[in-house]
Design a protein around this ligand. Structure first.
Ligand code: BGP
Length: 467
């Protein structure tokens, strides 16, 4: 595989999924703490204890040739209440972490919000309360002026996943189901929050680049049947188009807005509020946004569906246990011949290339793209030789990287690729049996073991350095 000269070969993490130490350093509580304590058999403590073990994880990055790492700042380590008083322990921790990365030649890509809103703000309505936007701007302002060692900033991770799982599938707290109005309103509010932070970044003349990370599950019609094509279009608006247009085109198309209203009316739900002043913000931000990050795991094949919403989440890795049918949108089905993961995610590398081509074609304002997450979740444990032979993951990553290479050769400006995840960590709705890491983590002892995929990645990186 042949990539541009300064291509970033990285890996990704997120604060709440790797740091552990949720009660250390005067960290404020987040939306997940009470939810996991009450509803689940697992918590985010100690996860892979990155808060204390980051040194060895970064040395692992260095030793295996990685030159970039996505991390996020836990908002509530900086502002335990979401706003107001700053907690110096949290500030000092991130300075130490970033220094370690930079000293070891690992470029930090830093996300400001990765699913972990402070509990105080969550209780006030989270992203559905427009006051959240200003709190987010103030938190960003603090980070931009404090962490001057950082040059790659990401405003928000996957607004699509967050809005959908909080409001439609009910799999993220507050576990609301089938509230399409809330889902679209939240998407819009997050688009505005992103836009305001991009403007702030440029007003403050911060040196470096800023972008957003979108989860894009490429949507295809299940068949050539016109009703399946309509369903696929609706699913795409629900998951992708509204967010892409808001953050990459700076305006919503008539077509997308009318599909949103169709979905809302099919569910008997009220329209969302979009102010003219907010639309101007969106338009202004796309003039200066520097990149878009794409998280890609799988594609969706969507057919017409006339019934009531029914969503069953496979959070255990028991193949074939999920059901995804949304009233007024469509149902996800699997065409024959497409393999799936144990969590029922269709493995379809071509979907990544199609998404990259779409961004390139539909959103000419986009200056560059990073693949900010791509990876395969598996149930794993070391074999009798204390090795993790994850050939399936190597096959998955290699097939996706080949698609990236293909579109790079077609002229799409992709500048980096980040494997999700660097080390095994906590999975929001699946706990600890869904492992993604290049490095295996024994969660009892915190020992790290490089998996076969880590050695494979090292070789890919070395070959490209020589090229
Ligand atoms: C993305 C998130 C990550 C991570 C990943 C894998 O949506 O940005 O935080 O969790 O998906 O998802 P999961 O852990 O649900 O398998």
């Amino acid at each position: 595989m042949d990539f541009p000269k300064h291509f970033i070969f990285g890996a990704a993490t997120a604060a709440y999924q790797c740091e552990g130490a949720t009660k250390e350093g005067n960290k404020g509580r987040v939306i997940w703490d009470s939810y996991l304590e009450k509803e689940k058999h697992y918590t985010a403590d100690p996860a892979c204890d990155f808060y204390h073990q980051y040194g060895q994880d970064i040395e692992n990055c260095r030793d295996f040739g990685l030159n970039g790492l996505r991390v996020s700042i836990a908002w509530s380590r900086i502002f335990p209440e979401g706003y107001g008083k700053v907690e110096p322990t949290g500030v000092a921790f991130y300075h130490r972490l970033f220094k370690k990365m930079i000293d070891n030649g690992i470029e930090p890509f830093v996300t400001l919000h990765h699913f972990d809103s402070p509990e105080t703000l969550f209780k006030q309505g989270d992203w559905l309360n427009k006051d959240m936007i200003q709190h987010f701007v103030e938190y960003a302002r603090f980070c931009f002026t404090e962490f001057t060692e950082i040059t790659k900033w990401i405003t928000i991770n996957e607004p699509s996943t967050l809005a959908k799982q909080q409001n439609i599938t009910g799999t993220f707290p507050p576990n609301t189901k089938y509230n399409f109005t809330a889902c679209f309103q939240q998407q819009h509010n997050m688009n505005v929050a992103h836009a305001k932070v991009v403007k702030l970044f440029h007003d403050l003349k911060i040196s470096g680049e800023i972008g957003i990370v979108h989860a894009i599950q490429t949507v295809y019609p299940y068949s050539e049947n016109p009703s399946d094509k309509i369903a696929a279009k609706k699913q795409d608006v629900l998951e992708n188009a509204f967010l892409l247009e808001g953050t990459l085109a700076g305006e919503y198309s008539e077509k997308t807005l009318s599909i949103i209203n169709e979905i809302l009316s099919a569910n008997g739900q009220q329209k969302i509020e979009i102010l003219d002043s907010e639309l101007s913000m969106l338009e202004e931000a796309i003039q200066t946004v520097d990149f878009v990050g794409v998280n890609y795991y799988y594609s969706k094949f969507v057919a017409n569906y006339d019934g009531k919403s029914q969503f069953i989440h496979n959070g255990t890795g028991d193949k074939g246990t999920s059901l995804r049918q949304l009233q007024g949108v469509g149902q996800e089905l699997l065409p024959s011949g497409i393999p799936t993961t144990e969590w029922d995610w269709p493995i379809y590398p071509k979907g990544l290339a199609d998404t990259l081509r779409r961004i390139n074609h539909e959103f000419p304002n986009v200056k560059k793209i990073y693949i900010t997450e791509n990876g395969l979740g598996r149930k794993e444990r070391p074999d009798e030789n204390n090795e993790i032979v994850d050939d399936e993951r190597i096959e998955y990553l290699s097939a996706h990287l080949q698609e990236v290479e293909r579109v790079v050769n077609e002229g799409v400006n992709v500048q980096g690729y980040f494997v999700w995840s660097l080390q095994d960590l906590f999975s929001w709705t699946n706990g600890y049996n869904k492992r993604y890491g290049l490095f295996y983590v024994n969660f009892e002892t915190q020992q790290r073991i490089p998996k076969k995929s880590a050695y494979w990645y090292k070789e890919v990186i070395e070959k490209n350095k020589q090229a």
